[in-house]
Write a protein that binds this ligand. Structure first.
Ligand code: HEM
Length: 382
């Protein structure tokens, strides 16, 4: 997508596109994207057309997600969720991630080859978010399907079929979490679901539907994004042997390297806002209710902020990318995602001294707002 982004930005960093449905403004400039994300005159709105009964459960869930809310509800939900989640992002979680990464690699080491996505980048964050939330191990397999259906309902590529499938899934997810809540109310555990229930009971500020929506949001976020950060990051390294070598020589560079992977192949390529009133952005008049596609993946390659933007530089600093968004909706899982990616990639490099791409044309998934690989076959024999 990057040559197209550059072309759009060169025409205008705030550009009206009628070739997308629904039509709207494509924001490809960094300055403009950052300004819109931080500006309360651009708000979140539910985007599912309420034209079919089949979508109803999905509409219910999304309506209650902080991701689609504005203040004051957004502030309330975010504060409560943060209170329940952040005590779990600790040194002992770090140990769990390290052990899990090593176990996953131990399972494929003998074979000498693996699909980096399905054997490693996918299961790792899924195991982590399932453990954090307290989802029983035996239920984890079905979450893969549930999450991949759910992500299609928020992607630009969605259709009536994917929305109906999402409605059906939403039913199952709502029932599932209600059952889990009943169990946790009787027997609280050391997990985020029990913590959310406790916060809710103390403060009584989150209703049952919001609680379900929050759990689903955390679950889907844990399935769909960190996977792509690890997958996209490893592909970038394998395509740039000099950078791979540099990181092997100096593993402490992992912090700036992960920021560079976030910038270079942003897992979330796009997010949406709506103008709540007429607003002027860089001499362009945006009318009330018009839709804004904020292309994070394009802002992150804006040459006016990132010198040589199409070049991968794992030592790039400063690197003020927008891969986690900005403003009040800045990713709530950023700390966790960074921790997971740093451990995942350094464990891979440490455990597997010889790494090669098995295919020169890896397959990207057919999503528009998210960028991630379908699979990434690699070998690690000498
Ligand atoms: C929000 C990206 C991982 C939970 C966001 C947003 C972005 C983003 C761009 C803002 C969307 C917007 O402004 O419309 C990413 C990326 C990740 C990642 C690139 C991994 C590399 C995670 C993880 C979790 C998580 C692991 C859960 C533990 C959330 C939540 C929000 C959010 C709850 C909504 C925050 C709000 O509306 O206030 N994420 N995310 N994310 N993310 Fe992440």
């Amino acid at each position: 997508p990057y040559p197209f982004y550059h072309e759009l930005r060169a025409t205008s960093p705030v550009h009206w596109l009628s070739s997308v449905q629904p039509e709207g403004w494509f924001i490809t400039g960094y300055k403009e994207a950052a300004a819109i994300l931080k500006d309360a005159r651009f708000e979140k709105r539910m985007r599912i057309p309420q034209i079919s009964q089949a979508y109803e459960p999905l509409v219910q869930i999304q309506k209650n997600m902080m991701l689609f809310q504005n203040p004051p509800d957004h502030t309330r939900l975010r504060t409560l969720t943060n209170k329940a989640l952040s005590p779990f992002i600790t040194g002992s979680l770090q140990l769990y991630i390290e052990e899990t990464a090593q176990e996953l690699l131990a399972q494929v080491k003998e074979a000498g080859t693996m699909d980096l996505i399905s054997d490693f980048a996918f299961p790792l964050p899924v195991l982590v978010i399932a453990k954090l939330l307290g989802v029983p191990a035996e239920d984890r397999a079905q979450f893969r399907e549930w999450a991949s259906v759910m992500v299609r309902t928020i992607d630009l590529s969605r259709t009536a079929t994917t929305l109906s499938a999402g409605g059906e899934m939403a039913h199952k997810l709502i029932d599932y979490f209600h059952c889990l809540f009943t169990q946790r109310r009787k027997h609280p555990q050391d997990d985020v679901i029990s913590a959310l229930l406790a916060v809710r009971e103390q403060e009584d500020k989150m209703n049952e539907e919001e609680l379900v929506a929050t759990c689903i949001l955390l679950l889907v976020a844990g399935h769909e994004t960190t996977v792509n950060l690890v997958g996209n990051g490893m592909l970038a390294l394998l395509r740039h042997p000099d950078q791979l070598h540099k990181l092997r020589e100096a593993p402490a560079l992992i912090s700036t390297a992960v920021e560079e992977f976030l910038r270079y192949e942003s897992p979330t390529q796009m997010t949406v806002r709506f103008a709540a009133e007429d607003v002027e952005i860089g001499n362009v008049l945006i009318r009330k209710d018009e839709q804004m596609y904020i292309v994070l993946g394009a802002a992150n390659r804006d040459p006016s902020v990132f010198p040589k933007p199409d070049q991968l530089d794992i030592t790039r600093n400063p690197n003020p990318h927008l891969a986690f968004g900005a403003g009040i909706h800045f990713c709530l899982g950023a700390l966790l995602a960074r921790m997971e990616a740093r451990i995942a990639i350094n464990t891979l490099l440490h455990q597997l001294p010889y790494l090669h791409l098995e295919s020169v044309t890896p397959q990207w998934r057919d999503l528009v707002g998210f960028r991630g690989l379908q699979s990434l076959p690699i070998s690690f024999m000498e």
